[in-house]
Design a protein around this ligand. Structure first.
Ligand SMILES: Nc1nc2c(c(=O)[nH]1)N[C@H]1C(S)=C(S)[C@@H](COP(=O)(O)OP(=O)(O)OC[C@H]3O[C@@H](n4cnc5c(=O)[nH]c(N)nc54)[C@H](O)[C@@H]3O)O[C@H]1N2
Ligand SMILES: Nc1nc2c(c(=O)[nH]1)N[C@H]1C(S)=C(S)[C@@H](COP(=O)(O)OP(=O)(O)OC[C@H]3O[C@@H](n4cnc5c(=O)[nH]c(N)nc54)[C@H](O)[C@@H]3O)O[C@H]1N2
Ligand code: SF4
Ligand SMILES: [Mo]
Length: 712
């Protein structure tokens, strides 16, 4: 039995690229066959944790629907096309549009998996660089944009996002996150469940605010329903207690935190009863949470999608950080700290701190942030005639038809483009509109390093993964496609193309120059070579205080009262005073499931089998009031559109709130996703409204959407 088969079997260690938890995997393979995928117990960050999605890496790799060679859409259907012809054609067509109508007639959209692929991070922006188009969009503006804005305004850099130190805290206050399903976000926290258990065993507590009694609520020490979109009122209520009861203890932060008293004066002027009534949580409860938070030796406040993609998203994330600052928990072990990643994308000469509002969208005048525009404006930029109208689109690893507000409108807009090319592994709801689909290698066919997620991790570690399989003959990696297109487009536009080092060369330089790098004489002496020798990854220690040095404002201060946010607070307060109670209106929120990932993991039979997970959830009393039976098909309507979907009664819902996951809606014609099409579901984003924004940042409002529901 030990003979030939055993000899041909090998064990490979690599990072899972599917979600932000970046778990270490142990993959056993024989030849081209994946035998098993398990958690890597020796990984210093994930410590053996894994979720059911990891095995989907095998399913994606082997999926017959996954594209392996470029496709061109012709009158006679999709036809194969060689790489050189495909890249030449893409460059020629983008150049044609840019020459005829100006560079801004060519737009680009970059989706979420780019962030899980370091070659896409280093080379993605180079694909259309020759055009210098300002029409750049990404999934950031349906996601974490408020985190970046707050980092930029308060700490001076868009990537300076404080991370809750779950391994040492005594009190974790969580707003609108469901790490039991999502495995954590803007907080890389693999094995959340056991980290939480350890905290609870130390006597620590987790308090959660969510309009649904979620999987995370089940393991929290306390859960409170909150009316969707009203977290700012709750957070201001907490700060009101802290400032009026003299519980603020910024401690050493006082030496370099500017403007806290300015904010405190504004907050003291608010009416705590009105704040409580607005969010639906009692004054006493808010006061008790504030006192417990302020009274804990080590506490951290953290908020995620529930507060990021809502009307007051940026205000909420500012208030969360003010809570950490006012109680002295920012930059304190067990509080919320900045990481010190091995490739330091913050403290490096190439780093971009960010900017805001330097230009605006043509149609609605929405502000740019860090060089990108809000994706809620993409469809109107395509559909509205006039100089500067978008006529060509490049997408890379994105599915905006299912993932951005009013996806049905974008679906129509994409059909009207003069040219579209997509770098993607599937022919899906978005890429079916492309004239060219350029599929890269599978994630298992290239190397991996988490340039982004180490920046947001609850512990400093570093890990490099070799490719598991050789690159198939003739295939290209994402970065090679970007480079190939970039060089050809530069040629067509008559601009010089600077050859750019391969991703592993950039990584090596970043590791060497980084805080643990060989170039800094650090004992770890990190380099790519050093990491190659340690496939489980290296432990670089717990998060450590780093302020004020790490602040990116030139004067090394924390700006507690940026004018943009003070103005936003005033706007919120004015609206609160004017607000009529919206009794009876139903609010729609989102949901994630452990066995799904955004819009693109529904073609794995193994993951989608079992009970359907795409239903609308509503409280039984809300169903009874409408005379709707559990399991019935219902019509959900919003200003933007309508969908028909099955409803399930759920006592875990807050009355007046309905929950629908996004990323479904695979029933559209021309999609090549055999498994997903058999169980298509409805798309949340056929309901979400491109006109509803967190107005300060331009981030989409995907939670708290007003809808009506009736029997279909
Ligand atoms: N209503 C609602 N909408 C939401 C959200 C929500 O909570 N509610 N969440 C938002 C969030 S947080 C996000 S991040 C966005 C995601 O929005 P998007 O990034 O636009 O969409 P994804 O569903 O992640 O689609 C990823 C695409 O990348 C392709 N892909 C996968 N791997 C690779 C690869 O290695 N290379 C290439 N080139 N392509 C690849 C897939 O086939 C798919 O087409 O959705 C947002 N939309
Ligand atoms: N299994 C799985 N894991 C994933 C993903 C996935 O699709 N599936 N996607 C990945 C991505 S791209 C991201 S960005 C992360 C997101 O990670 P999380 O933010 O942790 O995930 P969500 O499920 O969107 O959690 C948002 C929670 O906010 C609640 N909520 C909605 N509206 C409000 C509100 O107004 N106030 C408050 N307080 N709560 C509200 C919702 O009920 C929900 O429980 O997950 C990542 N991980
Ligand atoms: S939690 Fe699951 S999907 Fe996320 S990185 Fe870990 S194994 Fe992969
Ligand atoms: Mo996301």
């Amino acid at each position: 039995m030990q003979g030939e088969t055993a000899a041909a079997t090998r064990t490979h260690y690599r990072a899972c690229n599917l979600c932000e938890a970046i778990c270490g995997l142990e993959v056993r393979v024989r030849g081209q066959e994946i035998l098993s995928i398990r958690g890597d117990a020796a990984d210093p960050l994930s410590r053996g944790h894994i979720c059911p999605k990891a095995v989907a890496l095998k399913d994606i790799h082997e999926d017959p629907d996954r594209l392996r060679a470029p496709l061109r859409r012709t009158k006679g259907g999709w036809q194969p096309i060689g790489w050189d012809d495909a890249l030449d054609l893409a460059a020629a067509r983008f150049a044609l549009v840019a020459r005829a109508h100006g560079a801004n007639a060519v737009a680009a959209y970059y989706g979420n998996p780019n962030v899980h692929n370091y070659g896409s991070m280093t080379h993605g922006p180079r694909a259309l660089a020759a055009l210098k188009s300002r029409m750049r969009f990404s999934a950031t503006s349906v996601d974490q944009l408020p985190h970046h804005q707050v980092g930029y305004w308060m700490f001076g850099h868009q990537l300076l996002v404080p991370i809750a130190d779950i391994d040492r805290t005594d009190y974790l206050l969580v707003l609108g996150a469901n790490p039991m399903a999502s495995n954590g976000s803007m907080m890389t926290v693999p094995d959340f469940r056991n980290r939480l258990k350890a905290m609870q065993a130390r006597g620590g507590r987790m308090v959660l605010l969510d309009p649904r009694r979620s999987e995370t609520a089940e393991v929290a020490d306390a859960h409170h329903f909150i009316r969707p979109g009203t977290d700012a009122a709750f957070l201001l209520g907490l700060l009101h207690t802290i400032f009026t009861e003299n519980l603020a203890r910024p401690g050493r932060l006082s030496g370099f935190a500017d403007g806290l008293e300015t904010v405190a004066a504004q907050v003291r002027a608010l009416d705590p009863a009105a704040l409580a009534a607005h969010c639906g949580i009692g004054v006493d409860t808010i006061g008790a949470i504030a006192r417990a938070f302020a009274g804990s030796p080590r506490a951290a406040a953290y908020g995620r999608m529930g507060v990021s993609v809502q009307r007051w998203g940026t205000l909420c994330h500012w208030l969360i950080q003010l809570l950490n600052v006012a109680t002295g928990n920012l930059d304190r072990a067990g509080g919320a700290l900045f990481t010190r990643p091995a490739v330091d994308t913050i403290d490096s000469p190439a780093s971009r701190p960010g900017h805001f509002g330097a230009w605006k969208t043509r149609v609605r005048g929405l502000p740019e942030f860090g060089g990108e525009l809000p994706v809620a404006a993409l469809a109107e930029e395509i559909l509205t005639p006039g100089p500067g109208q978008v006529r060509a689109l490049f997408t890379a690893a994105g599915n905006p038809v299912l993932s951005t507000p009013n996806g049905a409108q974008l679906d129509r807009a994409l059909a009207s483009l003069e040219f579209m090319a997509s770098v993607d592994i599937y022919l899906n709801e978005t890429t079916r509109h492309a004239e060219l689909i350029l599929p890269p290698t599978s994630p298992l066919e290239h190397d991996h390093y988490d340039l982004v997620f180490h920046v947001f991790a609850v512990r400093n570690t570093a890990r490099y993964s070799e490719p598991l399989f050789d690159k198939p003959a003739g295939a290209l990696h994402d970065w090679e496609i970007f480079q190939g297109l970039g060089a050809r487009l530069a040629d067509r536009m008559g601009v010089a193309y600077q050859p750019y080092p391969a991703p592993d060369r950039i990584l090596d330089a970043g590791l060497r120059a980084g805080p643990y790098g060989a170039a800094r004489q650090h004992p770890q002496a990190l380099s790519l070579e050093a990491l190659r020798g340690q496939p489980h990854g290296v432990d670089l220690g717990a998060l450590e205080p780093s302020l004020p040095q790490r602040l990116a404002h030139a004067d090394k201060t924390i700006r507690c009262a940026p004018p943009e946010l003070l103005a936003e607070l005033a706007r919120f307060a004015a609206e609160l005073r004017a607000a009529a109670p919206d009794a009876g209106s139903l609010r729609l929120i989102g949901r994630r499931h452990l066995r799904s990932n955004n819009s693109w993991l529904h073609n794995s039979r193994r993951l989608v089998k079992g009970p359907p997970r795409h239903q609308l959830l509503m409280h039984p009393a809300d169903l009874a009031r409408r005379g709707i039976a559990d399991g019935a098909r219902v019509r959900v309507r919003s200003r933007a559109g309508e969908v028909v979907v099955e409803v399930a009664a759920s006592p875990a819902m807050m009355p007046g709130v309905a929950s629908l996951p996004h990323g479904w809606g695979h029933g559209r014609e021309g999609v090549r996703l055999g498994v997903a099409q058999a169980q298509p579901g409805a798309s949340f984003n056929d309901l979400s409204d491109e006109l509803l924004l967190d107005e300060l940042s331009g981030n989409a409002v995907l939670n708290g959407l007003p809808v009506t529901v009736e029997a279909a």
